[in-house]
Structure formats: C-alpha cells, structure tokens
Design a protein around this ligand. Structure first.
Ligand SMILES: [Fe+2]
Ligand SMILES: [Fe+2]
Length: 159
C-alpha cells in the first residue's frame, strides 16, 4: 500500500533505517552500561551516582523506543537479535570493570560524547530530507547533551 508518509522522504529510506538501527544499537548498549554501572558502583557518593546512572538508563531506553517506532513507521525492521548490537553500534560498549564512581562517570561521559557526535552528524545527513526524524533526533541530542552536563557536574563535585 502507498505510504505517503514514507514517500515524502527525500533520501534513500533503507539507508536512513540503517542509520537509525545503528543508533538503536548504541542506545541499548548505553542503557545496559548505565544500568549495570548503577548496580555495581562503589565508594564516595555511590548512591547519588547510582541514582543519576539509573535515570540516564531509563532515558536511553526511551531513546531506543523512539528510534524503533520511527524505524517501523519507515517500514523498516528494528534490530531483532541482540548480537547485532555489537555489529551495528557506532559508540560500542565500555564494560564498567572498575566499580569506582569516578571511573564509571568518565566512561559514561565518553559514551555521551560519542552519542552527541553521532546524533549531530545524523542531523546534518537528514536536514531538509526527513523533518519528522530530524525533529526526533534533535530531541534525543538535547537529552544526550544534558546527560554529558549532568555527569560532568557530578564528576566535578566528587573530584
Ligand atoms: Fe540516548
Ligand atoms: Fe545519554
């Protein structure tokens, strides 16, 4: 059936879906990195750090939801197998091998900075081509910038 909502997109929709699936992989890995970090963090201000990590984890999961829903509207398939996360990710996954709060914060700051760069690049690719995805990614980017700010503020406070 004709989908005008897809036809109005002024770029290769398959390529757009691939870009969104790479971001979806990033979000799931970011979600888990925060989630497990919150469980294992130790030391100074660990409870405050855990709360922040949990909050971020939930927001990364919401980003994954938005991306998956957009992919479906574009008549694509969100990644179906978790092993694809590692194959498609831009930003990878950094295991919190040390439970030290400062180290975990630094790892997650690095992840946020990767996300900011990726989403900013994505916005440039889809500008004037798909206003709906553009608006959604701009909203996600705003939250990644907030995440970077929150983590850096917390790191300064405990340093
Ligand atoms: Fe995110
Ligand atoms: Fe984030």
């Amino acid at each position: 059936m004709k989908r005008l909502g897809v036809e109005i997109i002024d770029m290769d929709v398959k390529k757009l879906v691939d870009l969104l699936n790479a971001a979806l992989a990033d979000e799931w890995l970011a979600y888990y990195q925060y989630w497990v970090g919150a469980k294992i963090v130790e030391g100074k201000e660990s409870r405050q750090i855990a709360r922040e990590l949990e909050e971020h984890a939930m927001e990364e999961l919401k980003h994954a939801t938005k991306l998956a829903e957009r992919i479906v509207k574009l008549q694509g398939k969100p990644i179906l197998k978790p092993e694809e996360w590692y194959k498609k990710t831009n930003c990878g996954y950094e295991a919190p091998l040390s439970p030290e709060g400062k180290k975990i914060l630094q790892q997650n700051i690095k992840g946020e900075q990767c996300a900011i760069a990726i989403y900013n690049g994505l916005l440039k690719k889809i500008k004037d081509k798909d206003p709906i995805t553009y608006q959604m990614i701009a909203e996600i980017l705003e939250e990644e910038i907030q995440h970077e700010f929150d983590l850096q503020t917390l790191l300064e406070e405990i340093s």
